[in-house]
Design a protein around this ligand. Structure first.
Ligand code: PLP
Length: 371
């Protein structure tokens, strides 16, 4: 199987599975209990908090959650305040942010949506125009899960500091964490979301980085775990396995290797001049349109050759159109013929070589049939 849908999820590292099992079957204690065995687990969990903070290059707090969807909901609803506050989101956000934004709008809050430019990044001029002293929160993703476009967070922070210094900055870092080499301390980010299954950890576990706990309120109620911000017994196996994945993910080496994979695939695909390649950001994601062919048809045809590609994020595959590509100015035909190819360091150059040639061949076969 040549798996080219690593932005949807990744294969779990075998070592992470071993760690998961250890904390499920041996060190399985509830970390809130008072006996030594449980206290040891709590210490291990705290080490994972520190590991994430170190990787992010910041001081602050880590709240463990069930994944990025929950982290994003907690970041936005948790920082919401009543009164004349306004909220700013980009049109390129994942549904776990975007649908929260539309819910806030339905509740009667003033919500601004910032367009995307052709290169997939947010329109910084529009951001500048919509923020003001009433802005409570700006939420902008780090790397687009649809296109791989990387937003300039330094620029976002500078705009925020100039026009709305009190506004909180939340960043969905799901497609960036571990994969790109950066320190969020450089961007004065208040809230940052990560998800374990995007970097070879288990599914159903993630975290929210919080710079200042006073900015946040809990949105669920219960036993008061995670300093009261996320009640419920911690998923200790998942958290420890995520920690394993973080410490075994070689950010620099993987980046360089994945870039090589992406360049090879680009070379293969550009043999066919009809194919349009959109490569502007993260080497982990390549957005491609295959004029005249439906992306879903191509995706289904490729699976017969054991090649798996994505046609839009998993959450939006069943919906007509694509809000993110639409915001960038794609027309409906381009959106329909769009395929997302996303890489992992576990792929070989030989596999990419095979996949590239096969994609061109299968695309042209389908074109012939639909003529
Ligand atoms: N944000 C982005 C940018 C994503 O790509 C995803 C994954 O699809 C999510 C949020 C949701 O992550 P999770 O599956 O951990 O809830």
């Amino acid at each position: 199987m040549i798996y080219l849908d690593n932005a949807a999820t990744t294969r779990m590292y075998e070592g992470a599975v071993d760690v998961y099992k250890k904390y499920a079957c041996q060190s399985f204690y509830n970390m809130s209990a008072g006996y030594n065995k449980a206290i040891e687990v709590a210490k291990d969990i705290d080490e994972t908090r520190n590991l994430i903070l170190k990787k992010l290059g910041v001081r602050g707090y880590i709240i463990f959650t069930s994944g990025a969807t929950e982290s994003n909901n907690l970041a936005i609803y948790g920082s919401k305040r009543n009164g004349k506050w306004e909220y700013v989101f980009s049109e390129g956000e994942h549904p776990s942010v975007y649908n929260v934004a539309t819910d806030l709008q339905n509740q009667g809050f003033v919500v601004h949506f910032v367009r995307l430019k052709e290169n997939g990044q947010i329109d910084y001029e529009q951001l500048q125009n919509v923020i003001n002293e009433r802005t409570r929160l700006i939420s902008v993703m780090h790397v687009s899960n649809e296109t791989g476009a990387i937003n300039d967070l330094k620029r976002v922070d500078l705009i925020r500091q100039k026009f709305s210094p009190k506004a909180l900055l939340h960043v969905d870092g799901v497609q960036a964490f571990c994969k790109l080499d950066y320190k969020i301390g450089d961007y004065n980010i208040d809230l940052y979301t990560i998800s374990s299954h995007k970097f070879h950890g288990p599914k159903g576990v993630g975290a929210l980085y919080v710079k200042n706990l006073n900015a946040l309120k809990n949105i669920t109620f219960g036993g008061g775990q995670e300093k009261g911000y996320r009640s419920g017994t911690e998923n200790t196996s998942g958290i420890m396995a995520m920690g394993y994945a973080i410490s075994h993910f070689n950010t620099k080496d993987n980046y360089n290797y994945v870039e090589q994979l992406k360049n090879l695939l680009k070379e293969q695909l550009s043999v066919d001049k009809k194919i349009k390649i959109f490569d502007v950001g993260s080497p982990y994601i390549l957005s491609v349109t295959f004029p005249g062919v439906n992306g879903e048809t191509l995706m289904r045809a490729l699976q017969d050759y054991d090649i798996l590609v994505g046609n839009g994020s998993a959450c939006s595959t069943r919906k007509a159109g694509n809000r993110v590509l639409e915001s960038m100015g794609y027309n409906l035909n381009e959106i329909k013929s769009h395929v997302r190819i996303s890489f992992s360091e576990e792929l070989s150059l030989k596999e990419i070589d095979f996949a590239g040639k096969k994609i061109v061949e299968v695309y042209n076969n389908i074109l012939e049939k639909v003529k």
